[in-house]
Design a protein around this ligand. Structure first.
Ligand code: HEM
Length: 147
């Protein structure tokens, strides 16, 4: 049985949960939160935080496992990324995705130690958002761009 289409659908659904959450935080939640009274902001954070922590790690797990499963089929292109445009673009996409994972792990560690203050959290969100723009762009162009 060919598992690739199944992995692709899982990857796509998990991507929209993860990318959607980060996009919502950066474009809507953070700018609006600034204008809310401190007690409302605290109550919102208190409700949203646990919900995000309950859902997003599962989406991230599915996203990366499905991604790895699909990437296995392109292992020869990935073994020599310099020899094809597809191999190079997929390698850059995976490097950006690895950097996103590092951001997530560092942010979660700092949050657990109560050291993820709001300015740093905003910077992490913007950085992850920019990475995701690149990842989605590469995901959709790597099959079409060639040189
Ligand atoms: C933040 C992490 C990631 C995001 C947001 C992301 C997002 C996406 C998106 C939106 C697609 C296009 C799916 C479609 O056209 O239906 C895609 C395709 C793909 N991704 Fe990811 N991805 C991530 C991580 C990874 C990782 C870690 C790997 C591999 C190790 C990977 C491997 C692939 C492959 C091989 C495809 C091509 C699938 C195809 O169209 O045949 N991705 N990714």
């Amino acid at each position: 049985m060919n598992t690739y289409p199944f992995l692709l659908v899982l990857h796509l659904f998990a991507a929209f949960v993860f990318v959607g959450t980060v996009t919502f935080e950066v474009l809507f939640l953070e700018p609006v939160q600034k204008r809310l009274p401190a007690d409302v902001r605290k109550a919102l954070g208190g409700q949203l935080g646990p919900r995000v922590r309950a859902v997003v790690p599962w989406a991230v797990l599915v996203l990366y496992l499905a991604g790895l499963g699909m990437a296995w089929q392109y292992r020869s292109a990935l073994a020599s990324p310099g020899s094809s445009s597809f191999g190079l673009l997929l390698s850059i996409k995976i490097a950006l995705a690895s950097s996103v994972l590092v951001h997530v792990v560092v942010a979660m560690t700092l949050a657990r130690r109560q050291r993820l203050h709001s300015a740093l959290r905003r910077r992490v969100h913007i950085s992850v958002f920019c990475h995701m723009v690149g990842i989605v762009l590469l995901a959709k162009t790597m099959f079409h761009l060639s040189w």
